[in-house]
Write a protein that binds this ligand. Structure first.
Ligand code: 13P
Length: 349
């Protein structure tokens, strides 16, 4: 199956009432782990690469690996997504490579650190939307600012500093025409999200629900959505790691989000933890080994297990065969003739 439009994948998820995990990749083993999980659970999937990942792996290596994944798994719809594009040029280069979706994170300035004004965000996001839709490519925008830093991208600080304002979310969706909207509800990138199991004072599910009420048909995106499970932390620490006690986003909160318009859920940290724990275990238990396959194989298996579990929990499992992919050129026509709407349905307050 060719790479599919993320818009199609999310529209289908909305029809089916489920969420789709968007898993970050940097290398072949991570891509293989995702595909093994998708095959096992029969899931459509979003694979995403940050700017840091594109630099680390070199664009062409990474993209060719994704193409191989699509060729080897014709029954699985795969959308390839640029995570946290910091500028028009970053998004343009991803589109030129063949990514079927981009995130223009205009919530931050181009330095990827300083919060941008609403007007700046709208302007750069709108520009990316015009360019991308002409080419059938999906666009995710962000309103409000996530906490933490990932791959050098992020405002830092706690996730509570720039919670999304529902009225602004409506205005942003109307002015930009984005296909998917990332919102800030208290989560942050990385392992250290919460110092105890989060409640409504730090994880603002009420804000998410308020945004969904105003924008009932908009595909919402939850970033920083690793659950940072204790068993994964424990394996890392048992074999010499030094993680401090921490909490992530409980899966039941993500499921509440999915019942309230969340269609894309970003997960990176849980997979990093699974990989690191598995590698540490091999190193600690069999220090005589030095063939990378001896630790990359269990690492890949550990990530596959986490991804498969999330696919079931998010509800995407079993949906790979629900639809045939629409060619990207057809998607472009859909945007041009208005059959693929970019104006959100807005409900009164
Ligand atoms: P986590 O760090 O919670 O996995 O979040 C990843 C993410 O949001 C990527 O954009």
């Amino acid at each position: 199956m060719p790479l599919v439009s993320m818009r199609q994948l999310l529209d289908e998820a909305a029809k089916g009432g489920y969420g789709v995990g968007a898993f970050n990749v940097n290398d072949m083993e991570q891509i293989q782990a995702i595909m093994m999980a998708a095959k096992e659970t029969k899931s459509p999937v979003i694979v995403q690469a940050s700017r840091g990942a594109r630099q680390f792996a070199e664009d062409l290596y990474l993209f060719r690996l994704i193409q191989a994944a699509a060729e080897l798994n014709p029954e699985i719809p795969i959308a390839m997504h640029q995570d946290h594009g910091n500028s028009f040029d970053t998004c343009k280069s991803a589109i030129e490579l063949g990514y079927t979706s981009v995130m223009m994170d205009g919530s931050l300035k181009e330095d990827g650190k300083t919060p941008a004004s609403f007007e700046e965000n709208v302007e750069v996001t709108r520009r990316v939307v015009d360019y991308a839709h002409e080419r059938g490519v999906t666009v995710e925008g962000e309103i409000g600012v996530l906490g933490g830093v990932e791959d050098g991208h992020g405002a830092g600080g706690s996730g509570l500093e720039h919670i999304t304002d529902p009225d602004q979310a409506v205005e942003f969706a109307e002015l930009t025409g984005v296909d998917a909207l990332a919102i800030a509800i208290g989560t942050s990138h990385g392992a250290y999200k919460f110092t105890k199991k989060p409640d409504g004072s730090v994880l603002k599910m009420d804000v998410l629900i308020a945004i969904h009420k105003r924008l009932p048909n908009t595909h919402l995106v939850m970033h920083g959505s690793s659950s940072v499970p204790k068993d994964l932390q424990d394996i890392v620490n048992q074999y010499g790691g030094k993680l401090k006690e921490t909490w992530g986003v409980p899966v039941e909160e993500i499921q509440l989000g999915i019942r309230n318009g969340v269609r894309k859920i970003n997960v990176d940290t849980d997979n990093r933890l699974a990989i690191t724990g598995a590698i540490r275990k091999v190193f600690a238990e069999t220090p005589e080994k030095f063939d990378p396959r001896d630790y990359l194989k269990p690492a890949r298996e550990a990530m596959k297990k986490v991804v498969a579990q999330r696919m079931v929990q998010f509800g995407q499992a079993g949906h790979a065969g629900d639809y045939a992919p629409i060619a990207i050129a057809e998607i472009a026509k859909g945007y041009a003739d208005g059959s693929l709407t970019t104006q959100p349905l807005v409900a009164a307050r």
